[in-house]
Design a protein around this ligand. Structure first.
Ligand SMILES: N[C@@H](CCC(=O)N[C@@H](CS)C(=O)NCC(=O)O)C(=O)O
Length: 203
């Protein structure tokens, strides 16, 4: 398997999952603008996981669930009941749509306004920051008194979310959400996460 990634992007969650599973894989830094990468993922986005068969998997939550189901020993994608499983899926959906989506105008304000002047772009970014802060408060309520999002143990939901919390820390700070800050610190201390971060050149 080969994972196309960008350092610190949402692909870091897949990378950390591969490290957690301890399965063989290779990495390639994606050149998003290249024709070669457009053939791998026409959406020109990471993550993309190329299987040994040549089949390409895209969309973070789908790749997460695929890997957890293919290598089920640690039960990272399997919950004890259908209800908890639905909760796990809800967290993947939250991370990939609500939370990830809230960062898009922060990282690419020009895609969210027809204006090109700096104040207009700054206004888009400010609105995005406010949305991220609102979602962090929502997460704070959930994570207070909890070590992990679902099942009381590490799951793919945690591995998918933590890269976005790194962005949140860098862009808006986590001072107002101590339970989220403690959760991120716990995630970053996991040996598999540390290995993935080190190989992407991150601290
Ligand atoms: N819905 C996709 C989103 C993928 C995505 O937006 N990835 C970002 C990195 S975190 C990317 O490659 N962006 C490239 C761009 O927007 O040009 C998924 O969950 O995999």
């Amino acid at each position: 398997m080969k994972l196309f990634y960008l350092p610190g992007a949402c692909s870091l969650g897949i990378h950390a999952l591969l490290e957690t599973l301890g399965v063989p894989f290779s990495l390639e830094k994606a050149d998003l603008g290249s024709q070669a990468f457009a053939k791998v993922n026409p959406a020109k986005a990471v993550p993309a996981l190329v299987l040994d068969s040549g089949q390409v998997l895209t969309q973070g939550p789908a790749i997460m669930q695929y890997l957890a189901d293919r290598f089920p020993e640690q039960q990272l994608g399997k919950a004890a009941s259908l209800e908890v499983q639905a909760g796990l899926q809800a967290w993947l959906a939250f991370a990939s749509s609500d939370f990830h989506g809230a960062f898009k105008p922060l990282f690419g304000a020009q895609r969210f306004t027809l204006q090109t002047d700096d104040p207009s772009l700054a206004a888009v970014q400010e609105a995005a920051k406010a949305k991220v802060e609102q979602l962090l408060v929502q997460l704070e309520t959930v994570l207070a008194g909890k070590d992990f999002l679902a099942e009381g143990r590490l799951t793919i939901a945690d591995l998918y979310l933590f890269p976005m919390l790194r962005w949140a820390k860098a862009k808006v700070g986590l001072e107002q959400v101590p339970a989220v800050a403690a959760y991120l610190a716990r995630m970053l201390a996991l040996p598999a996460v540390q290995r993935a971060m080190a190989s992407e050149g991150l601290q």
